[in-house]
Write a protein that binds this ligand. Structure first.
Ligand SMILES: *Cc1c(COP(=O)(O)O)cnc(C)c1O
Ligand SMILES: [Zn+2]
Length: 421
């Protein structure tokens, strides 16, 4: 495959593969389309992927780049921070707790800046380089800020990162450390995004999620490829995916479909379950009401990384939930905290609030009887627990004792034994 150009998702008008993101005719969003090279057979394609590097560039043939990022020159790294090839963990204890047979956890916290955003930024930055940009920028709910600042540092690009001023301190510190121009905006993410759209019209910068968004979005497909490859070139039956703008959710389905079409992966298009926090659930609300479009909301939730009140891919997420026999659910902040604990206690994976959203949604689907016990389910964990540490404060007890054996016996062992009785 090779990137052919951009196509409007609404009116199908075609554009060259440049820094364009909105259709001039109908204002619809643009999406990358590919030329499929029918020459290669399946075995040859699989061998080619397996011979690639242990990161997302092994899937370069399915990404919108003229050439896969090559080795670094002395002055300019072209590969940046390698993202992807994160663990897919069989979560038997979680499955048992939920009464399911087969659950896998895709732990995308195991990326360089500890969220799946390293994938989308890697692809956007590589394409921005090809298009000749020197400055990388973004409007972020937190994780994107980390990834843009780090990727810019690795590539030697100047970066501007715009965030809502009230973001978690951990995410602010883990962004500023890379030496970015960090701009805190007094407003919601949607205010930040509006400002960045305005700036992108005035400055010749690559805003990863504004003017180069079509390339950014393609990076999410690598999660689908990886899951299929890790399952032995098979598509799982169902995925549970957190939704902010709806880009990850919809592009995952695109990735699986591409591989099914090429015969590279076996199976059927998976059931896609979207997950939102109730305090910012425009897509889940539209789903519940049976609407085709989302009503913008003002976010109020601990899942700040998902707090987009006006999601760009909302209508496409609704289409996908419908066409895949899935659903889009919302969970409360307390359920998010319980989801974080459930995942940690049954798998050893500590996720941020967004992973609490997807885990709590999986639990809800299982409880509701929506999941056939025979299904193979993949739960998307998109970010790291240490970044939203406040979410687990006061959710467990601990012991504090004097440094004496009798204190340990009386105040710890006896209490633990008592609790067991
Ligand atoms: C950005 C993000 C998502 C999903 O974002 P989309 O805009 O829907 O693609 C999910 N989880 C985490 C942790 C994120 O940072
Ligand atoms: Zn159009």
């Amino acid at each position: 495959m090779g990137a052919q150009g951009l196509t409007c998702r609404e009116c199908h008008a075609e554009y060259p593969a440049e820094a364009l993101y909105v259709c001039e005719r109908c204002f619809g969003p643009l999406e990358v389309t590919y030329e499929v090279d029918a020459g290669l057979d399946v075995a040859e394609r699989r061998r080619h992927i397996q011979a690639g590097p242990q990161n997302l560039w092994r899937y370069s043939d399915f990404l919108p780049l003229d050439a896969p990022p090559g080795p670094s020159s002395r002055t300019l790294s072209r590969t940046g921070l390698p993202a992807g090839c994160t663990p897919l963990i069989k979560a038997d204890r979680l499955a048992e707790r939920l009464g399911l047979r087969e659950v896998w956890v895709k732990n995308d916290a195991a990326n360089p800046t500890h969220s799946f955003k390293d994938r989308v930024v890697a692809v956007a930055a590589a394409r921005a380089r090809e298009l000749g940009y020197d400055v990388l920028a973004c409007a972020s709910t937190g994780n994107l800020a980390n990834a843009v600042a780090a990727q810019g540092a690795a590539l030697g690009m100047e970066t501007y990162v715009f965030i809502p001023a009230d973001l978690e301190e951990q995410k602010i510190l883990a962004t500023g450390v890379y030496g970015t121009n960090l701009v805190k905006v007094r407003g919601s993410y949607d205010d930040v995004n509006r400002l960045c759209t305005e700036i992108s019209g005035e400055r010749d910068w690559a805003f990863v999620n504004v003017n180069v968004r079509p390339y950014y979005a393609e990076g999410s497909k690598t999660l689908a490829y990886e899951i299929a490859e890790q399952l032995g070139w098979r598509v799982p039956d169902r995925l549970v995916v957190p939704i902010a703008s709806g880009s990850l959710y919809t592009k995952l389905a695109k990735g699986f479909q591409e591989w099914l079409d090429l015969g590279l992966a076996e199976g059927a298009p998976p059931v896609m379950n979207g997950a939102q926090a109730l305090g910012c659930s425009p897509v889940a609300c539209a789903w519940e009401a049976g609407h085709d479009v989302c009503q913008p909301v003002r976010p109020d939730t601990i899942a700040k990384s998902l707090a987009i009140g006006n999601p760009a891919d909302g209508p496409y997420a609704l289409d996908l939930a419908r066409s895949s026999n899935g659903s889009i659910d919302a969970v409360t902040d307390d359920e998010i905290r319980e989801g974080i604990r459930l995942l940690a206690e049954t798998t050893g994976v500590f996720t941020e609030t967004a992973g609490g959203v997807s885990t709590a949604t999986l639990a809800k689907l299982a409880e509701r009887g929506d999941i056939d016990p025979e299904e193979r389910v993949v739960l998307l964990i998109t970010g790291e627990g240490l970044k939203t540490i406040d979410a687990v404060r006061d959710t467990f007890d601990s012991f504090e004792i004097e440094p004496r054996l009798d204190a340990f016996v009386d105040e710890v062992e006896d209490v633990v034994a008592g609790a067991r009785r």
